[in-house]
Design a protein around this ligand. Structure first.
Ligand SMILES: *Cc1c(COP(=O)(O)O)cnc(C)c1O
Length: 434
């Protein structure tokens, strides 16, 4: 199998190591770069991201929403690495932030990027509000009456006017993991629609607040787009009522939450999926003449990243098989935290037989696993595995549990390889302690 040099490779795929002997069969690549070469150069565990995969997903969103005035505000918490943010900023994205730390990252990438920042979250501090007011962000998504009052106080203190949207809670169920569903009244997020009118009136009376929009975010990894349609219908009704009362509603922020296909990966048609999403979001807003804000995180970066890990040991306990790998729950928490499923691939696919095994890390917790009873190619000690679709909520949720330094991150763009975060050292871990 030889791949012609002209073929535009993007994302992760098996390619022959073609050119140079020894010909070792088919090897998992990121764009044009073989993963074993990256493991050799940078060590494991290692996060590897594909720039072309990220760009192509941004373009899929841009095309699906091309008919309406819109801005993609990438949700920084999905993956906040400066290299990733820079790539997205260059592709004209704005940003959805949930902390002053995330704002600092965006401003480091480009001070002017603040103009396209929306600030979400139920617990903004006055310090964070003043930081965002001074940076001149696009929109505060306010989640409570108390927050609205504090924002007005902060804006008065720094002599600014805060652009405000209230994040409403549309009370729509979204079928996803309970920890990442946010659109029901029992969740801490948003303001009940019934109270929103009163709060908009209160905001309109304060000269340090400028009403600018309505926002909503119903959760993450949402697979049924009808939930988005229902939320948008609620928002559209509210926009009409607010306009009748004379409020200038310019923006509707539809939030993020579009699911990715963790089971099938790149075999699923993402462009079509985003069009399906647009067909749910757009009809309720028709004729409202709005500027639509979208806050996708996972859908942009999730499938654009893998975690390369090396098999340390093979082990059997009464016939049950384990692969003990050098990555652990501190490097990738999603399986432990959400019982999340991630495909796992052998980096070298050379017709190995299959076996049923657990893939586990070295940490002293039974929750430290990546897969249970999974049919995998029978790899040996020292072989490499790739845990797929970890570009979102992978490195962002990583910790130093068990005093393990966090992995390095590399960004691949066709043939170019850039370290966007070096591997942590033990000295890094101990630096802040006495
Ligand atoms: C987490 C979050 C997002 C992004 O969610 P994804 O599922 O990654 O698209 C968007 N908006 C808000 C307010 C969030 O909290």
């Amino acid at each position: 199998m030889r791949v012609p040099a002209s073929r535009p490779e993007s994302g992760f795929s098996y390619l022959a190591l073609g050119q140079k002997p020894p010909l070792t069969g088919s090897v998992l690549h990121c764009d044009r770069v073989p993963l074993p070469r990256l493991a050799e150069r940078f060590g494991t565990p290692l996060y590897v991201y594909s720039a072309s995969a990220i760009r192509s997903r941004v373009q899929d969103f841009e095309q699906a929403f091309g008919r309406v005035l819109h801005t993609l505000c990438y949700s920084v918490k999905a993956n906040s690495n400066l290299g990733i943010l820079r790539l997205l900023q260059r592709n004209r994205c704005g940003f959805d932030i949930v902390s002053g730390g995330e704002l600092e990252r965006v401003v480091r990438v480009s001070p002017s990027a603040a103009k396209k920042v929306v600030f979400s979250g139920v617990g903004k501090t006055s310090q964070e509000m003043e930081q965002a007011l001074k940076a001149g962000i696009l929109l505060f998504n306010v989640e409570s009456e108390s927050e609205l009052r504090l924002l007005a106080t902060c804006a008065a203190r720094v002599n600014k006017t805060a652009p405000v949207a209230l994040r409403v809670n549309p009370d729509v169920p979204a079928e996803t993991h309970p920890y990442i569903a946010t659109g029901l009244h029992q969740h801490k997020f948003g303001i009940p629609v019934a109270e929103a009118l009163r709060l908009y009136r209160e905001a309109s009376r304060n000269k340090h607040l400028r009403i600018a929009g309505v926002s909503v975010h119903i959760g993450s990894q949402i697979k049924d787009v009808r939930a988005f349609a229902r939320a948008m219908e609620t928002v559209a009704d509210l926009v009409r009522k607010l306009r009748i009362e004379g409020h200038a509603i310019h923006y509707v922020d539809a939030g993020g939450g579009l699911a990715i296909d963790y089971e099938r990966g790149s075999a699923s048609d993402f462009a079509q999926w985003v069009r399906t999403y647009a067909q749910a979001v757009l009809p309720p807003l028709r004729d409202l003449d709005l500027h639509l804000l979208l806050e996708p995180g996972r859908a942009i970066v999730g499938p654009a990243g893998v975690l390369i890990t090396k098999v340390l040991y093979r082990k059997q306990n009464n016939g049950k098989k384990f692969l003990i790998v050098d990555a652990a729950m501190n490097d990738l928490l999603r399986p432990t935290l959400y019982s999340a499923y991630h495909r796992i691939a052998a980096v070298r696919a050379d017709g190995k037989s299959k076996e049923k095994t657990d893939v586990v890390g070295p940490i002293c917790e039974s929750g430290d696993f990546f897969a249970r009873d999974r049919e995998l190619p029978a790899v040996g000690e020292g072989d490499l595995l790739a845990i797929m679709d970890v570009g979102a909520y992978g490195m962002g949720l990583a910790s130093n549990y068990n005093s393990r330094p966090r992995p390095a991150e590399v960004l691949i763009d066709k043939k170019s390889v850039r370290v966007i975060r070096r591997r942590e050292t033990l000295a890094d871990l101990l630096r802040t302690e006495r």
